[in-house]
Design a protein around this ligand. Structure first.
Ligand code: IVH
Length: 699
């Protein structure tokens, strides 16, 4: 309840609510079905908020088909069964053009009058088949296909899918059939599937094998609020029972559906003969990778419904339709070797080098094995015959091992203990799946390391942007952050778009950065999990005894005097590190493994030798963001996710993965997922990336 009263009479409220519902549904349709919004998100939010407000004030006026009523049904114990009034048949399959010609010949033979025979060609969406029942235009039941005769009642879940209208659009009296059973496919876009899996990976939940499994898993949830948080969409391609309406052709039906708000794939095509349909099949195969969702073939249907009826069905498949499958995207091949790639954050990814194999028209010779846990779980060995798959634009991956093909000469694989790029140690922190290189100057992550080092909250080297850093690395002028301090003007002037003035400014700010504080220096090192906030705590704890005379950490190791004030931190043991508030075993391990690398210690020593000096601490007032919780969604343009998390944490905030009432801010990037809808529904504060930056600055 907002507590704010509208001052409206019930009648006036009912009228306004009615209008708002029409408007919100209209804009939902423009956005989710037509993909063509007319108003800004803010305007839409205002309409919706007003509707929610009025419905809260007049709860007796709430109806199930109100656009506010998509979520909120209590979780079910089990799904009810639903009998389809007309069975949902399956399709007989064929591969390629030859199968299509056979189908065409069969159809022509069976039809007494094959004159004017046309086909409608459609993409075969790789999702979950559903049926929706609209009674007098209102969605009453939604079910899965099940065994074709009986499916599961997933009405509550389907109501959360925004491209499914709760109420059909009416073009005037008598345009909505009394009963309409409509059939379609629930899908998840490949990009959304990847995002969902990435979130699940971060939360260490099991991954979905492909978008279809993700869609099916999302639809079969007893708690519809889980479905609501998943980015599902629907396309319709057929009907069941209909009352009060009839069609002459399939094409007519497909043009009717969008008029009442039911989305039909824009890729359907009327074909004058089977040859046109074959061209369509080839075109679709070429388009396949560029589509935003998975299709596994095309479906060819006889256009005229009277001809469909005449053809009938045999053994649960209609004789008037054919699924023409694309070549599979799974294949078996042999693993010749396993190599290791080092990513920009230092994460090591094992990659299988394979005997080249054709996956749905693309030759593939490398596939990701993700990480050591996955290798162990699937027990993948060099020399194994494996099943590999490629889905959409997802990188090929090894799915499983064909153990029956083992000869005994296969070799097990473990990720190396030294980084294959820089030779420095590799560490897998407790509770993480990725093994990472901890080398400060590893070429794989140098660009990011230097960016971080020079950033405002670290050493604050003004003017040293990403492009400059890239060129410095490319021209081999810097190979570690320590090299920044020996840069000369003549070297900087070798870079593109570098003038005298800019070069002087950069050198001046490099010089200025030498006078820093201990928290900044610790933060600048880029130790995993050591953000700004922790850097401050560590500096407080380890920076006190600046005289460098022993102390609890001095356990007899060879001290490196040149490490100066960092000495105590560098040689601290697990126990002492964990004494620092907020430092857990994982962070302690991360710090220890960082300083255990001689290469890192050398670089730090060079920093001090170059004149980096520590001024007295820089106590900061408690930030206004302390204790606040953030959710990030969509593609962030200005920050890496990890960086955004560090910023929030450094200010004492927290990053949540799921939208809930406990979250204060939702930061929304490009192409956001359904989290943003949920955030809106919960009334969280929604920020653009720029607004987030402003908040942080004020913080
Ligand atoms: S027509 C009798 N059209 O493929 C007609 N099905 O094995 C049956 N599918 O369960 C369905 N895209 O879920 C049809 N454009 C399309 C389709 C399509 C995907 C699925 C459908 C069905 C399965 C058939």
């Amino acid at each position: 309840m907002t507590g704010r009263r509208s001052g409206l009479s019930k009648d006036a409220a009912a009228r306004e609510i009615e209008k708002l519902r029409r408007d919100v549904s209209y804009h939902d349709h423009r956005y989710y079905v037509l993909d063509d919004p007319e108003i800004s998100d803010a305007e839409y939010d205002r309409l919706r908020e007003r509707l929610v407000e009025l419905e809260e004030e007049f709860p007796e006026l709430v109806t199930p088909s109100s656009p506010t009523q998509r979520v909120g049904a209590p979780p079910l114990e089990a799904f009810r069964e639903v009998r389809h009034s007309i069975p949902m048949l399956s399709l007989s399959n064929a591969f390629g053009e030859e199968g299509m010609l056979e189908f065409d010949a069969r159809v022509k033979k069976l039809l007494v009058d094959a004159d004017g025979l046309q086909y409608v060609a459609e993409p075969k969406l790789d999702g979950v088949a559903i049926e929706l029942v609209y009674e007098k235009g209102r969605l009453s039941v939604g079910s899965t296909r099940g065994d074709g005769t009986t499916g599961e009642d997933v009405t509550q879940n389907l109501r959360t899918v925004r491209s499914i209208p709760l109420k059909l659009i009416s073009e005037g009296k008598g345009t909505i059939p009394g009963l309409l059973e409509v059939r379609g496919e629930v899908i998840m876009r490949t990009s959304q599937f990847k995002r969902l899996n990435e979130e699940r990976r971060q939360q260490e939940e099991p991954l979905f094998a492909n978008p279809r499994n993700a869609a099916a898993g999302s639809l079969r949830q007893l708690d519809s609020s889980v479905t609501a948080s998943r980015p599902l969409e629907v396309y319709f391609h057929g009907i069941g029972r209909v009352e009060g309406l009839s069609f002459r052709t399939h094409q007519e039906l497909l043009s009717f559906l969008p008029r009442v708000g039911l989305r039909v794939s824009p890729l359907v095509k009327l074909c004058e003969d089977i040859h046109e349909a074959a061209v369509y099949y080839n075109d679709m195969m070429k388009m396949r990778d560029a589509l935003e969702y998975e299709i596994d073939g095309v479906v060819i249907k006889v256009n005229e419904l009277a001809q469909q009826e005449a053809l009938g069905a045999i053994s649960r498949s209609p004789r008037w339709a054919l699924a023409v499958k694309f070549p599979g995207r799974q294949a078996t091949t042999e693993i010749l070797d396993i190599v290791v790639q080092v990513g920009r954050t230092g994460a090591l990814t094992p990659v299988a080098v394979m005997e080249p194999v054709n996956l749905g028209g693309v030759t593939v010779s490398r596939a990701t094995l993700h990480n050591q846990d996955e290798i162990d779980r699937k027990d993948v060995r060099i020399g194994d015959t494996v099943v590999v798959q490629r889905a959409g634009d997802v990188i090929p991956e090894v799915v499983s091992v064909v153990t029956s093909k083992r000869s005994g000469s296969e070799r097990k694989f473990s990720l190396p203990e030294k980084c294959p790029v820089c030779g420095v140690g590799v560490v897998r922190l407790e509770g993480e799946v990725a093994s990472r290189c901890v080398g400060m100057a590893c070429a794989a992550k140098l660009r990011q390391s230097i960016r971080h080092f020079a950033s405002k909250r670290a050493m604050d080297i003004e003017g040293l942007g990403g492009k400059t850093i890239e060129q410095l690395i490319e021209k081999e002028l810097v190979a570690s952050v320590a090299d920044l301090y020996s840069l000369e003007k003549s070297e900087l002037l070798k870079l593109e778009r570098m003038g005298e003035k800019l070069a002087e400014n950069i050198l001046a700010s490099i010089e200025r950065s030498k006078n820093t504080t201990l928290p900044r220096l610790i933060f600048a090192l880029g130790i995993r999990h050591v953000g700004e906030h922790l850097s401050r705590l560590l500096a407080e704890h380890f920076g006190r005894a600046l005289d460098g005379s022993g102390g609890p950490a001095d356990r007899g190791e060879q001290r490196t005097p040149s490490l100066g004030v960092l000495g105590r931190l560098a040689f601290a043991g697990q126990e002492e590190l964990e004494q620092v508030g907020e430092v857990g075993p994982q962070v302690a391990q991360s710090i220890r493994s960082f300083f255990a690398q001689k290469e890192n210690v050398d670089i730090i020593a060079r920093l001090f030798a170059a004149g980096v000096t520590i001024a007295a601490g820089e106590p900061r007032a408690e930030s206004g963001l302390a204790g606040k919780s953030f959710v990030f969604t969509g593609i962030l343009e200005r920050h890496a996710r990890e960086e955004a998390r560090r910023i929030v944490e450094s200010l004492g905030g927290r990053v949540a993965h799921q939208v809930s009432r406990k979250v204060d801010f939702a930061v929304v990037g490009r192409d956001p997922g359904s989290k943003v809808d949920r955030a809106r529904e919960l009334g969280l504060r929604i920020l653009t990336e720029q607004e987030f930056e402003e908040l942080v600055r004020e913080g």
